[in-house]
Design a protein. Structure first.
Lengths: 330, 353
């Protein structure tokens, strides 16, 4: 009996390099190629220290992109990344006032804020049918106004405080010669991949992204899953904000701005379908690395800002044309 | 079999004269709820009506707060500055509407405004010939930007949000290349024509844009835009080329964004390669407030222009209500969510009634 069933299944076994895996491979190849190119332009670009520095910067993009990927997997988008991240960074320093004694509850408060704000966006999208673009755009404005207003435009007493030394030390620590930021990223990558491929929650996420209506009819609680995914996106923005402020020491206004477009670009370069239903975090990791490596190579070439901006756009277009086509995706 | 179904073949298809094939007398029409023509029109244009209501309400609140603060009603000066400050956003909203109607989204609007604003600032000379020549060149630059977006979306079969995200970066880079530092000189004569500080003459351009829209909707392209946004497959089956329609739509959108760049330069009397950035997101806000559906095929650019004026009025109201400008984005965000929820609620109520 087992033979009778197994034989046709193995005959129709998917090829080793499926479309999705090919995309992930391309993203990793692009990252390696960029490091080789960088080494050709400036000797020492591919040295362990330099690679590690690029990877640490990529880990910040990768953390935000993890949240962004969760919502893009159900065909959504999170435009509230910049100010959720910024609010998290400022909340951490103002609530802890740079004291280790307050660090634990300041971290909890900050993570809770991120998840809570994300959940609010998710509620608006899931229960009131507000388009994700509008809801998260509005939430970004709300968080921007609250952050600016409550901090008095960063003039408040606690705003100039540093991140608690514990957090700074953790952000700068190395273990086995590898920076803590990369260990955290590795942990997040393992957790996110496990949740998406091994749990019911992950399967529900892919199902909703493939067909929300069918998922609803199949008994999936689409609203609860949607709210949870947006909460996760907010949570990851907050984690990135904490890491950034731990790394830089102080919070600043506008520190989250670059992460919106970078997170979306990393998700797309990593082969996640923008309409949802397909993609893996491994690809997003590769996307984050190649994106940051590209910027670093251009800076090593002393490319002026305008040139970086143009090349950045052109490369994303080329990558999209290589594997972002709509046709044949069904 | 129910009588209606049995009689169905004898009923005329919509837009067709009844066929006189059988001598039998016409069957009674199937029971159907009748809705007066005015009620139908009211439901169909709900988005636009809500935008008008929002604008009226915001103007009324503004006048009230202004009166409380200044002991007089706002006059010509306030109207002039409001119109001049809103024109770039109103045009950006028209450009965004065009693309959103085809079920797309244009994140590069801000980049096109940056680029065209920069080109205008270095190109505009004091002679009328230079002004007209540079303006035409700027509009061409905008059309070229739109063409690039349109070709990539329609023939490259890429998602609009990704294409315009990438081209936004390209256009912003080009803008900084053209005008590395804020500056340039916009001649006074040019400002007097596009953003006359002496009187609300720019209202004329709002009327012109509305007339342009009225005309566009009656062209083949205008019909095509709505058809493609509603159902691309059905549009193609009815002889509309969706790809050609999209390319033309993005080109037209780029041209209108370029016009927004010209108005921005005229109002600021100088150029800046980064002031346009904010228009990407505010144009989406204006489009949403104006009742244009982000799912395509429904809404009008007139509504989006009203939405642009509503956003300006909210800023004015917050200013006269002495609300800390740092909180401005907070109230704008709350208002956006509130307006969308309200519009959704009213829409459901009206459809049920």
């Amino acid at each position: 009996m087992s033979d009778g069933i197994a034989a046709p299944a193995s005959a129709r076994r998917a090829p080793l390099l499926t479309r999705e895996r090919r995309r992930i491979l391309y993203a990793f190849l692009a990252a390696v190629l960029l490091f080789v190119l960088g080494a050709a332009v400036r000797p020492g670009f591919a040295s362990p220290g330099s690679v590690s520095a690029v990877l640490v910067v990529a880990s910040f993009v990768g953390l935000v992109a993890a949240g962004q990927m969760f919502v893009i997997l159900i065909g959504g988008i999170d435009l509230s990344v910049p100010w959720v991240l910024n609010a998290a960074a400022i909340l951490l320093v103002t609530s802890s006032l740079g004291q280790d004694g307050h660090a634990a509850w300041a971290l909890l408060l900050t993570l809770g804020m991120g998840a809570g704000v994300g959940a609010l966006s998710g509620l608006g999208i899931a229960l009131f049918n507000v388009p994700a673009v509008v809801m998260t755009l509005a939430m970004n404005g709300i968080m921007q106004g609250l952050t600016l207003g409550l901090s008095g435009g960063m003039t408040c007493g606690g705003c100039a405080a540093y991140a608690p030394p514990v957090v700074q030390a953790a952000a700068h620590a190395t273990w086995l010669g590898i920076p803590a930021a990369l260990w955290l990223w590795l942990l997040v990558a393992a957790l996110v991949s496990a949740v998406l491929s091994l749990t019911g929650f992950g399967r529900r996420t892919y199902a909703i992204g493939t067909n929300a209506r069918a998922s609803y009819l199949a008994g999936i609680n689409v609203a609860v899953t949607t709210v949870a995914l947006y909460a996760l996106s907010g949570l990851f923005s907050a984690v990135a904000g904490i890491m950034l402020v731990g790394f830089g020491g102080q919070a600043a206004l506008g520190m989250g701005d670059p992460y919106l477009f970078q997170s979306i670009a990393a998700v797309v370069i990593g082969g996640v379908a923008i309409l949802g239903g397909r993609g893996h975090y491994v690809g997003v990791v590769a996307g984050s690395i190649s994106l940051v490596a590209l910027v670093s190579v251009l800076m090593a070439m002393n490319m002026p800002e305008y040139g970086r901006s143009i090349i950045y756009g052109v490369i994303i277009l080329v990558l999209l044309l290589l594997y972002g086509r709509e046709a044949g995706e069904g | 079999m129910p009588p209606e179904a049995a009689g169905a073949p004898n009923l005329p298809a919509p837009g067709q004269r009844p066929l006189q094939t059988s001598p039998q007398r016409p069957l009674p029409r199937p029971p159907q709820r009748h809705r007066p023509r005015w009620a139908h029109a009211l439901t169909q244009n709900l988005g636009l009506e809500l935008a008008v209501a929002m604008l009226a309400a915001s103007v009324a609140i503004y006048c009230g707060i202004y009166y409380a603060a200044q002991a007089m009603l706002p006059g010509g000066f306030e109207l002039t500055t409001t119109v001049n400050n809103t024109m770039p956003l109103a045009l950006a909203a028209v450009a965004q509407t065009l693309v959103v109607l085809t079920r797309g989204i244009d994140l590069s609007v801000g980049g096109v405004i940056d680029l065209t604003n920069a080109v205008a600032a270095i190109g505009l000379g004091d002679t009328p010939a230079s002004m007209i020549g540079t303006s035409l060149l700027v509009l061409l630059v905008g059309a070229a930007c739109g063409l690039l977006n349109g070709v990539l979306v329609a023939y490259g079969r890429l998602q609009p949000i990704l294409v315009t995200l990438a081209t936004l970066s390209i256009f912003q880079g080009l803008a900084i290349r053209v005008l590395p530092q804020p500056g340039g000189q916009v001649p006074e004569g040019y400002t007097a024509v596009l953003a006359n500080p002496a009187g609300p003459t720019s209202l004329l351009y709002v009327v012109l844009a509305a007339l342009f829209w009225w005309g566009l909707r009656r062209t083949r392209l205008g019909v095509g835009i709505y058809a493609v946004g509603n159902d691309e497959g059905a549009a193609e089956a009815n002889g509309i080329d969706p790809r050609r329609t999209k390319v033309l739509t993005y080109m037209l959108g780029g041209t209108v964004s370029a016009a927004a760049g010209l108005f921005l330069a005229a109002n600021a009397t100088a150029g800046d390669a980064t002031t346009g950035n904010g228009y990407t997101l505010t144009s989406i806000v204006a489009v949403v407030l104006g009742g244009v559906s982000l799912f395509g095929g429904r809404g009008s650019a007139v509504g989006a222009m009203l939405g642009a004026f509503v956003t300006t009025m909210i800023v004015n109201i917050l200013f006269f209500a002495h609300i800390d400008p740092l909180y401005q984005a907070f109230y704008e965000g709350l208002f956006l969510v509130g307006a969308v929820l309200l519009a959704g609620g009213i829409g459901r109520l009206v459809r049920r009634a």
